[in-house]
Design a protein around this ligand. Structure first.
Ligand code: ADP
Length: 744
């Protein structure tokens, strides 16, 4: 409800209420006054009537009494009047015209009695102080009601009239209050709507509303300046927030991208943040680690004692200072992996210096440790090297000089570092050094350059130089690394070796020619010995056959011995010839030799002994070779023959096979004979070496022939055997021969 209406209602309600109260008061007061008046009036009237009717009573004249009572006719509201004798009975009565007498039987005891519709007033009738009777009036109280109604009607009329007047006046006068209030309301609602605190209320009067308008305006001015300050403060705060946000973002990006692991904790040592490097080193996802006490996640032990190391976070919180870890700290990751780390912790303080938390930074130092170890190792290697290891810049100024260099050139590191390397150039070799530097500058590397350098004492040192460019991280050549080996001794040895070599070559030539002579001699000797030997055999046989009687027991035995020795000598000569023939005639043409056919021939040659001993010879398919059959036939024949000769209790079983082993053809001849003690495995290939004496015939040359054949073809032969377990003779040939044969 608008305030002007409220004002109207208030004025009207107040006026109406005042009028009603006033009207009711008037009516009530009038009624009180009227009752009092009525009672007194009736008392006075009663006295008059009592006095007037005393004589009639005294003279017992009811008629006069009734006439006296009839005078009451004028009082229209008096219903009845009754006169009683002193003794009690009714003496005379009066009733309003048209109504019946309503006198009680006996005189009423009360003097005055009010009932809602009637007033009774009784008076004693006296005559000269003698009581004669009682007079009672019964008055109808309708008059009071009618009177009240009239008064009420008047009050209502006054109410309406004054209400109307009040309405007219208040509708004129309310503007005095309502307009300034409306002004204030408009101003304040405009402010609240537009938030424009520069709006002011108009002051229309100097009363309380004027004061209120001033107060509102003052308040608005205050709010306006507060608002301005607030806006400025808000802008500042926004700026600060933005700055903080930017700082936080850039910090988060920095923390996420740096190579070190970072953890921050609160003042209780609970994890607030960890960056991705920390997550991956500790194998703890940030989501799980955040909120946990630092010791649950960041577990560290001493690498050597294995004792748990106190978390640096606790030390920082206790001591309030930056702390670093001992060198040998080992981080135990969640999966049990151990990682050597290097770390430090620092407190995070607010402006007042109160510790809000800590920040822990650590890194995996495995690679650094390895690098340090490697660099120590390299330094140790360089220091302990016998060779001179020197580095210099591109101007030839020495930067490092190891012990080897001190030893070879006689200069100490202190003498040489910072000095030009040219002090070591012997006369006439300065240009060589300059040329080397120029090649290094262009990125070339010089290897094994044999040259001379001058040592401290002035003597010359033969050196083998390897010079390489030293490059920086960008690959640019920034210096020279030189490794110089003192080869003075080697040069001398080489010279001595060259002399010895020349000597050796000469002796070799002599040996080869004497060998040739020997071979030729052996060949000729064996060849030429055959003829006289044949004569000896022939004549001994003739002697034994033609003169059996002339030869007594001893002579016969002598002749038989001559024949046996001659036979043995023939075999020896034949074997010797075969042995010398293998190396002879090197230039003879080779041919494709089918080894299956060769084995076949060898078996035919050995048929008699095979049949005699019941030997079983089996053979895998063998390849063909580009070779000479005359070499391979004795090879197989000797091996198969030996396998039969050196048989055991069982009939001989011989198996020949061939296979490819690492690019070479490997043959084997395996038997089930008596076997060979391993201590003789090499010696049996020496010519004339025999293990079984004369019990088993042989010359001791068979295996030497085999070895010679294989040497000629670039192969080798050996035996695998144990006594009593048979023997396997193995020999190899370069596959090349077989290849050639296949191509052929
Ligand atoms: P020999 O003419 O004596 O057989 P070899 O040179 O062929 O001469 O053999 C040398 C020695 O090697 C033989 O005396 C023998 O003791 C031993 N020998 C060779 N082959 C075999 C074999 N298959 N089993 C056992 N011993 C063997």
């Amino acid at each position: 409800m608008p305030i002007k209406r409220k004002l109207m209602v208030i004025v009207m309600a107040t006026t109406t209420a005042a009028l009603i109260v006033a009207g009711a008061g008037v009516v009530w007061f009038d009624s009180l006054v009227f009752r009092d008046y009525l009672q007194r009036d009736l008392s006075v009237l009663g006295r008059i009537i009592a006095d007037a009717s005393a004589a009639a009573l005294a003279f017992d004249d009811p008629k006069t009494a009734a006439e006296t009572l009839a005078a009451l006719q004028a009082r229209t509201h008096l219903r009845s009047a009754c006169i009683y004798r002193i003794e009690g009975p009714l003496f005379a009565s009066y009733a309003r015209s048209g109504e019946a007498v309503k006198c009680p039987q006996a005189a009423p005891a009360d003097r005055v009695r009010w009932t809602p519709d009637e007033l009774m007033v009784a008076r004693t009738i006296r005559l000269q102080d003698r009581e004669l009777g009682t007079l009672a009036f019964f008055y109808d109280l309708d008059e009071i009601g009618r009177r009240r109604n009239s008064y009420s009607a008047i009050v209502l009329c006054v109410l309406v009239a004054s209400g109307f007047l009040a309405f007219l006046l208040s509708s004129r006068l309310r503007a005095v209050i309502a307009t300034p209030i409306a002004q204030l309301v408009n101003a304040t609602s405009a402010v609240s709507r537009t938030k424009d605190y520069s709006i002011r209320a108009r002051k229309l009067s100097a009363d309380e509303l004027g004061v209120l308008a001033d107060a509102v305006n003052d308040m608005l001015a205050g709010i306006q300046s507060r608002d301005r300050e607030l806006r400025e403060a808000l802008a500042d705060r926004e700026q600060a927030l933005n700055d903080a946000r930017n700082a936080r973002d850039s910090l988060a990006t920095t923390l996420a991208s740096i190579g070190d692991a970072v953890i921050s904790t609160d003042a209780e040592g609970r994890i607030l943040f960890l960056n991705p490097v920390a997550e991956s080193l500790m194998r703890w996802p940030a989501a799980e680690a955040v909120g946990k006490p630092i010791e649950d996640v960041f577990r560290i032990v001493n690498e050597y004692t294995r004792e748990t190391v106190e978390s640096p976070v606790r030390r920082v919180l206790r001591e309030g200072a930056i702390v670093g870890l001992a060198n040998s700290t080992m981080l135990l990751a969640r999966d049990g992996t151990e990682i050597p780390i290097d770390d430090s912790g620092a407190p995070i303080r607010d402006r007042d210096g109160t510790i809000l938390g800590t920040v822990l930074v650590f890194r995996d130092v495995t690679a650094r440790r390895r690098a340090e170890e490697t660099s120590h190792l390299l330094a140790a290697i360089v220091e302990s090297s016998d060779e001179a290891i020197i580095s210099a810049n591109l101007n030839g100024i020495v930067m490092s000089w190891n012990r080897g260099a001190e030893r070879i050139f006689g200069y100490s590191a202190e003498e040489m570092i910072g000095r030009s390397i040219s002090v070591m150039a012997p006369p006439g070799r300065v240009d060589e050094m300059i040329a080397i530097l120029a090649r290094i500058r262009s990125g070339e590397r010089i290897e094994e350059l044999q040259t001379l350098r001058r040592a401290r004492h002035g003597g010359l040192v033969n050196v083998s130089l390897t010079v390489s460019p030293l490059r920086d991280a960008s690959g640019a050549v920034v210096g020279v690394s030189k490794i110089a080996r003192d080869i003075t001794e080697r040069v001398r040895s080489a010279e001595r070796l060259a002399l010895l070599n020349a000597d050796l070559q000469r002796s070799n030539q002599r040996l080869a020619s004497s060998n040739e002579d020997l071979e030729r001699f052996a060949f000729i000797a064996s060849h030429d010995l055959q003829e006289p030997l044949r004569m000896i055999t022939t004549y001994s046989q003739l002697l034994a056959r033609n003169y059996p009687d002339a030869l007594d027991g001893n002579a016969g035995m002598c002749v038989r011995n001559i024949m046996e020795s001659a036979q043995r000598m023939r075999e020896l000569i034949a074997d010797l010839l075969a042995y010398t023939e293998i190396t002879a005639r090197q230039d003879e043409p080779v041919e494709a030799v089918d080894l299956n056919g060769v084995v076949e021939k060898a078996m035919q040659n050995l048929k008699a002994s095979i049949d005699e001993t019941g030997a079983v010879v089996t053979c895998d398919p063998l390849p063909s070779l580009t070779a000479r059959e005359a070499h391979f036939l004795p090879l197989f024949q000797n091996l198969i023959g030996n396998a039969i000769k050196y048989r055991g209790e069982q009939p001989p079983r011989i198996h020949i096979s061939a296979r490819d082993v690492e690019g070479q053809l490997q043959f084997s001849v395996k038997d089930n004979g008596i076997g060979i003690d391993p201590q003789y495995h090499e010696r049996i290939f020496v010519a004339f070496k025999r293990l079984h004496g004369k019990k088993i015939p042989g010359t001791g040359i068979g295996l030497a022939i085999c070895q010679r054949v294989l040497e000629r073809y670039g192969g080798r032969i050996w035996v695998e055997s144990q006594v009593g377990e048979g023997a396997t003779f193995l020999f190899t040939l370069p596959d090349m021969a077989a290849q050639k044969a296949r191509r052929a």
